[in-house]
Write a protein that binds this ligand. Structure first.
Ligand code: 13P
Length: 282
């Protein structure tokens, strides 16, 4: 069943948990996400980051499959555009049937970010969809493992949410995308303060490499959506390498795809269990 980000995050809020948001880059990835969520009987967010992954598969193709399989799923699924950076891309995703979009204006000035996010909110409303936006920047990790982006300031976040009326706020509090060079140090007080002042669900980007304990602390502070992808792709790569080493003779691509799907599904099931925050089942 396809539902909006707002509705899926309401479920998260009522249960003090976070909904997993996994990035898909292939049919195998989409199936892994939906099968993991169905086997865990837990809602899930299936997202596509066109800016990062459009070079592997076009939004117009993968998006249609995401929406179709989400509609058929036995659990609530939100289909979301991750890091939308222009209005054409946002409109394309909504035309395909995405129930939610992210507008990422984090590289812009505050004024421009507000103006563009307001317009993205207006577009999303036309389609009855939800919107996530970003303030501060997850950026990249520097040589010493420090986060290079700007942490989100809670007082500014309050004004940003009031001005834009977004459904969820991607905030920077110590996470970065991709593989961490050193142990991440998260600013839990910042999450609490942002939640207290804005009263919108906080989104964590860069979930790969965060400890289970830190995930749970973040959820207790108000994180309701956790973006997670790199580790699933990396572990699937490890599984393919192992499978290939054990293969005598020919290595077939269909076996590679199945191995990747099974591996991603296991990684996603583990993450969903942690993000459910001690609830045995929903
Ligand atoms: P990771 O790939 O680091 O898990 O982060 C995913 C993400 O934040 C997508 O927006």
């Amino acid at each position: 069943m396809l539902i909006t980000l707002r509705n899926i995050l309401d479920i998260a809020e009522s249960k003090n948990m976070a909904i997993a948001a996994f990035n898909a880059t292939s049919l195998e990835g989409i199936m892994a996400v939906i099968e993991a969520a169905e086997e865990e009987n837990t809602p899930v967010i299936l997202q596509f980051a066109n800016a990062a992954h459009g070079k592997y598969i076009p939004l117009e193709k993968i998006g249609k499959v995401m929406v179709m399989l989400a509609e058929e799923a036995k659990v609530p699924v939100c289909v979301h555009l991750d890091h939308g950076d222009n209005f054409d891309e946002i409109k394309t995703a909504l035309d395909i049937g995405f129930s939610s979009i992210m507008y990422d204006g984090s590289a812009l000035s505050f004024k421009e970010n507000v103006a563009n996010t307001r317009y993205a909110r207006y577009i999303a409303d036309v389609y009855g969809a939800s919107i996530e936006a970003e303030l501060g920047s997850m950026g990249a990790e520097g040589a010493e493992g420090n986060v290079m982006g700007a942490y989100t300031d809670p007082e500014t976040a309050k004004i940003f949410v009031e001005e834009t009326d977004i459904d969820a706020l991607a905030a920077s509090f110590g996470t970065v995308h991709g593989i961490y060079k050193s142990e991440p140090k998260l600013d839990f007080n910042r999450i609490e303060k942002i939640r207290e002042l804005t009263d919108v669900p906080v989104v964590m980007h860069g979930g790969s490499g965060i400890s289970d304990d830190d995930f749970r602390k973040c959820i207790d502070c108000g994180v309701r959506k956790i973006n997670f992808y790199t580790y699933a792709a990396k572990f699937a790569g490890d599984a393919i390498r192992k499978m290939a080493a054990e293969t005598n003779g020919n290595l077939y691509s269909h076996d590679v795809f199945v191995t990747a799907r099974e591996s991603m599904k296991e990684t996603y099931r583990d993450a969903i269990r942690v993000f459910r925050n001690n609830k045995v089942s929903l």
